[in-house]
Design a protein around this ligand. Structure first.
Ligand SMILES: [Zn+2]
Length: 284
């Protein structure tokens, strides 16, 4: 599932590739993948891309004339922009292609989504910020307005374990399973620690860890875990140097202890049993 660094990488790629491009046709190959307020699929035709915004893991492509396309990538969604030659070399469209936007220049934008949970939704631009999904998101950890005090307040709003809280998009926008594990290892916090048992020092360490793992991953083009591709159809390299995610049974990069894997909040969770001390027995 793409998380904040992957979606930020896709946004940067799309900004380079499709801003200024004018839509000449929209082809919907899987009707559920494309939702529109208009009776036809062609309302984007004739409109130019003005910019791309990101809200957590959601991308919003803004067109002129008050039209925006919200892209929920969910589990396996991809947005890949390609010239006819690039599309040939990437073998696009393929069996997972659900929607194709063709631009007047010949460039095409492919929305691929193997599992079909993703959605492209056309909305008026002036209603984007009041969209219920966007309005419910917690702060973005890469935003300058995100502070340790804000993280403290957000964690206090959820009485659960810290891993579950980090996965909750109402607490923080954009962090998912990979970066929650990486941040908790970096901050040396056990994933099952209840949010109300975190000390001020732990929260400050967690704050720095979240920012640093996300920044490192954005610099490396994100993580490639199965289905993620950038807007250019390339893979990210963050997982090559992951500290703990996907490393069950391998030595901790800090102390050499074998990395353990448990289930927390329904997700496979990796941690070092030595560096990340379990919470007190009362809270387990
Ligand atoms: Zn360790």
């Amino acid at each position: 599932m793409p998380e904040l660094p992957e979606v930020a990488t896709i946004r940067a790629g799309l900004t380079r590739l499709i801003v200024g491009e004018e839509v000449s046709s929209v082809e919907v190959l899987w009707p559920k993948s494309y939702q529109s307020r208009a009776p036809t699929d062609q309302e984007l035709v004739g409109h130019k891309v003005q910019g791309i915004r990101r809200f957590g893991k959601l991308l919003v492509i803004d067109f002129d004339s008050n039209i925006s396309l919200m892209a929920h990538l969910r589990m396996t969604g991809q947005l890949i922009a390609a010239s006819p030659q690039q599309a040939d070399s990437l073998a696009l469209p393929d069996r997972s292609t659900r929607v194709i936007l063709t631009f007047a220049s010949g460039l095409r934008l492919f929305f691929n989504d193997q599992r079909k949970f993703g959605r492209l939704v056309v909305v008026p631009t002036d209603r984007v910020s009041s969209d219920p999904f966007i309005a419910s998101l917690g702060p973005d950890p890469t935003d300058e307005a995100f502070t340790p005090a804000k993280l403290t307040a957000r964690l206090a709003s959820r009485r659960t374990n810290v891993k579950g809280a980090l996965l909750d998009q109402h607490v923080l926008a954009g962090v998912g399973n990979i970066y929650a594990d990486e941040a908790l290892w970096t901050a040396m916090i056990h994933p099952l620690t209840p949010t109300d048992e975190l000390t001020g020092t732990q929260i400050r360490r967690l704050y720095s860890a979240i920012k640093s793992v996300l920044t490192t991953s954005i610099d490396r083009g994100g993580s490639t875990s199965r289905n993620y591709l950038s807007a250019e159809g390339t893979r990210g390299t963050y997982l090559d140097q992951a500290c703990v995610y996907g490393r069950a049974g391998q030595p901790c990069r800090r102390c050499g202890t074998q990395i353990a894997k448990i289930k927390v909040a329904g997700r496979g969770t990796h941690y070092c049993p030595r560096c990340q001390k379990p919470p007190s027995c009362h809270s387990l």
